[in-house]
Design a protein around this ligand. Structure first.
Ligand code: C2E
Ligand code: MG
Ligand code: MG
Ligand code: MG
Length: 283
């Protein structure tokens, strides 16, 4: 106990993959405390159907309000947590909270799906699919209302195992999507090998989308390719009316971005949703 107080990060060390500096060890110890003491929350960003302009669901994005240091963005702590088993607890917490939110909305008469980001490292935990399925059972939520967004990077870790875990989730009607498509270690091979049904085109291609941008042809080709594979396409980082209109012309299925709304705490999302009657007017 005394040793643990003196070196609060010590309990992580057996499970750490890489040598960390003191900063990272402290951050991970604080993140462990954050999990146990309500410093984490989810913000929700709407996803809009480009055919009907209706809100189909939301992406859940993790927020950490540190008692002394204020808000710490996920880009700062998720990549570090991914090098320790703490990422498994963070993901389980996020899915648990997202499912609780789905039932909360259902009690208000609102039917929305929630997409949770997962790390490819999660897919290597032997009980990942079991954990997710148990959480669906706990909340009595239909798998069809849950989506898992996987960032492409680490599929290579163990493809067979990844396919096995993902297939169990897909059999439970959970939607699986590839996040940040077109960046990182992305390989087109995975589109065929994995039971994914959605690609999220990375925001770097979408942000500055116009008829004269190079991204125009990339996004258009990604939409055509995905549709030929029987998959749906989400464009993230939609910041302008021009991008929204072009994506709609391309036949892109779903749009998400600051042009529509920023990620919001649940109560703020609820006001936004009710003010807009569950629809977005791109005017
Ligand atoms: P992501 O999954 O690609 O999420 C989209 C990010 O883009 C979010 O940043 C969102 O706030 C931001 N965004 C949305 N629309 C726009 C836009 O129009 N313009 C711009 N400039 N940005 C936009 P955020 O919330 O900072 O999250 C960053 C990344 O951290 C996420 O990227 C995701 O990879 C990771 N992350 C967030 N929450 C979780 C989580 O619960 N678990 C895991 N494993 N990763 C998470
Ligand atoms: Mg995402
Ligand atoms: Mg992601
Ligand atoms: Mg992304």
């Amino acid at each position: 106990r005394a040793a643990e107080r003196a070196q609060p990060w010590a309990r992580f060390s057996p499970e750490l993959d890489i040598t960390h500096n003191q900063d990272t060890l402290e951050l991970l110890a604080e993140l462990n405390t954050a999990l146990a003491s309500n410093q984490l929350s989810l913000h929700y960003q709407p996803k809009i159907c480009l055919l009907s302009n209706s809100v189909l669901g939301v992406e859940a994005l993790m927020r950490w309000q540190h008692p002394e240091r204020g808000p710490i963005p996920p880009g700062k702590f998720i990549p570090r947590a991914e090098h320790s088993t703490l990422i498994d607890q963070l993901t389980a917490w996020a899915i648990d909270s997202a499912l609780a939110q789905i039932t909360q909305w259902q009690s208000m008469g609102i039917q929305l799906s929630v997409a949770v980001n997962i790390s490819t490292r999660n897919l290597l935990a032997p009980d990942f699919a079991d954990t997710v399925l148990a959480l669906l059972e706990k909340h009595q939520v239909d798998g069809a209302l849950l989506e898992l967004e996987i960032t492409e990077g680490a599929f290579m870790l163990d493809l067979d195992r990844t396919v096995r875990e993902l297939t169990r989730l897909s059999n439970a009607n959970i939607t699986l999507s590839i996040d940040d498509f077109g960046t990182g270690y992305s390989s087109l091979q995975y589109l065929d090998a994995l039971p994914v049904s959605v690609i999220k085109v990375d925001q770097s291609f979408v942000k500055s989308l116009s008829k004269t941008s190079g991204s125009y042809h990339i996004v258009k080709a990604a939409v055509d390719m995905a549709h030929n594979l029987g998959m749906q396409v989400v464009a993230e980082g939609v910041e302008t009316k021009t991008a929204y209109a072009l994506l709609s012309d391309f036949g892109c299925d779903i749009a998400q971005g600051y042009f529509i709304a920023r990620p919001m705490p649940a109560d703020q999302f609820n006001s936004w949703y009710q003010d807009n009657n569950g629809r977005f007017r791109p005017e």
